[in-house]
Design a protein around this ligand. Sequence first.
Ligand code: PEP
Length: 252
Amino acid sequence: MSSKTTFFIANWKMNGLPKNYKEINKVGAFLSDKYKQFKKIIVYCPPMSLLTYFSKKNTSKLLNFGAQDISVTQLDFGPQTGSVSPKMVKLGGAKFVLIGHSEKRAKGDNFDTIKKKIISANKTNLKIIFCIGESLQDYKKNNAINILKKQLSKSLVKNLNFNNLIFAYEPIWSIGTGLVPNEKYLNKIFSFLKQYLKDNYKINTAKILYGGSVSADNINNLKLISNCSGFLVGGASLKAKNFIEIIRNYYT
Ligand code: PEP
């Protein structure tokens, strides 16, 4: 468990105030303690309004920051009301960006939008956390693999720097619901993704994360998923106590 690098990504969604920096600070303090020996990458993705504030306030070298989205345009700056470009989030302290999250797909991000965002994030050298996953309906119809193939093939182009790509398998029906797929199902999906990315994009060691209702209680089961490089955590990342418990349980 301890020899590979494990990602713990905190997605704060549309939550957080400047005073909540204390939650991040507590996680930084915890990491500098005895968990220093483990290879792990912790990334906080706060809302855009807090990204620069948090990243400037942070003093821990063990914490990284990411944006929850970027504009679809490849422009660095320009007449795009309401948009924030990849360059701007980088200047704001982000090294990572979430793309394709189901909550953004539900608000209109389609395959083409996601493809364009991936291309511009890649050009800016942001590390991309590319979220994919099936709906409850597709899960029930046993159609997840077809959905995943479509999500990958329609939004990935061949000449990306695949070292900058991290995949997050997030079944939509598991996000924020407390429902988590069983181990057999997850192993089947992760093994499919690993093989598919190797065969179609020559990614030999794909980094694939699991996301969906991850908690301190279920991490002991989730850490058994083969080929899983870490976790994307929503609700349970808001409070330091819960996030720390997830990390602690993962390593014990
Ligand atoms: C998420 O926002 O990507 C997520 C997985 O949320 P939660 O952990 O709350 O299900």
